[in-house]
Design a protein around this ligand. Structure first.
Ligand code: GTP
Ligand code: PEQ
Length: 212
């Protein structure tokens, strides 16, 4: 099946919730590397990708549309232009694999959705994107199910640790450092992050100092 992926991406000052452990320059580099891991997984499923970027961005492996409006507005601008099954996937899912995406795109339902940690939405696959719209932020997972119900779409909810773990908060690094496989995980180790076990709990250190 041919399908297309939309990946929203904020290249400048991204991942502010990681500001306590990464400088702005590091967050920009880390966000870019997570995005590259996501693009690689998407392309390995045979899918092409378009980035919806808030500012100018060079990418060899995807088309880039610069959209300065907010996340919802950018995606809702793009959706009606796609006349094939479409994937909307966040750029901060560096644990995603082609196999986990394959489960999403092979759904028999009209739509598949993967929740994010804390009520968000990490992946949506919709067979008729021109009819759909998104409402991210807050309890967006519930809102996207409501939108599907209003449109009378059948929905498959996909239970996947790899795709549900978006890297937002310092504590999310633990999962990436344990279960990651790509360049984002490598980047953390190369930049001095390590794991240790103290009093039965897994902790993250950077250059010997506990950060999580
Ligand atoms: N096109 C577009 N994408 C966005 C925008 N804000 C965030 N994104 C992307 O949307 C996805 C989810 O965003 P967040 O998890 O909130 O990422 P973030 O805004 O970089 O992180 P925080 O500053 O910690 O909230 C990521 O792929 C971001 O790169 C925006 O205003 N426009
Ligand atoms: C965009 C938002 O992401 P979060 O802020 O939960 O990472 C959401 O999934 O609705």
């Amino acid at each position: 099946m041919y399908f297309h992926a939309l990946i929203p991406f904020k290249p400048v000052n991204p991942k502010t919730r990681l500001s306590s452990i990464l400088t702005q320059e590091e967050r920009e580099e880390f966000a870019r590397i997570m995005l590259e891991d996501v693009i690689l997984a998407v392309r390995r499923t045979g899918c092409s990708a378009t980035l919806l970027c808030t500012s100018k961005y060079e990418c060899r492996d995807a088309l880039v549309a610069v959209r300065k409006e907010g996340l919802n507005e950018a995606i809702n601008w793009a959706l009606p232009q796609f006349h094939c099954p479409s994937l909307i996937i966040m750029s901060d899912l560096p644990m995603v694999t082609p196999g986990s995406l394959q489960r999403v795109i092979s759904t028999k339902a009209d739509m598949a959705i993967v929740p994010g940690l804390g009520g968000g939405t990490n992946v949506i696959f919709v067979k008729k994107p021109e009819k759909f719209h998104v409402e991210y932020y807050g309890f967006s997972f519930r809102r996207h199910l409501q939108i599907a119900e209003e449109l009378e779409l059948t929905v498959e909810i996909i239970d996947s640790m790899r795709m549900s773990t978006d890297v937002d908060e310092p504590a999310d690094l633990v999962e990436l450092m344990i279960h990651g496989h790509g360049n984002a995980r490598e980047w953390l180790y190369e930049h001095g992050f390590t794991l240790s076990v103290e009093e039965g709990r897994v902790k993250v250190h950077r250059d010997g100092k506990e950060v999580v």
